[in-house]
Design a protein. Structure first.
Length: 119
């Protein structure tokens, strides 16, 4: 059974930092592209960042470039999202997800971790 478990969310002040983690089990982690998504209240879920299997290639949405960094540790089956210079607009539930490299769609999703940023 595949499980993705996010952690590291919480309440933070604008300008602060958080590091989200996503621990994976039940899959061969190193062969999956990993991604982070978020869903703000009343909005559609949106892509935040992704990282290739070997961590050589990363992508992120324009609104988080320069503030968010995705990374992974294949030895620990964990993907991270470092969030710096938090903004109130970053308030959302953050989800990690996994997809096979040749697939477009993410097959596995975590339950999410809440990030709330106060101004």
């Amino acid at each position: 059974q595949v499980r993705l478990v996010e952690s590291g969310g919480g309440l933070a002040q604008a300008g602060g930092s958080l590091r989200l983690s996503c621990a994976a089990s039940g899959l061969t982690f190193s062969i999956y592209v990993m991604g982070w998504f978020r869903q703000a209240p009343g909005k559609e879920r949106e892509f935040v960042a992704s990282i290739s299997r070997s961590a050589i290639t990363t992508y992120s949405t324009d609104s988080v470039k320069g503030r968010f960094t995705i990374s992974r540790d294949n030895a620990k089956n964990t993907v991270y999202l470092q969030i710096n210079d938090l903004e109130p607009e970053d308030t959302a539930v953050y989800y990690c997800a996994a997809r096979a490299a040749l697939n477009r769609d993410y097959a596995y999703w975590g339950q999410g971790t809440q990030v709330t940023v106060s101004s």
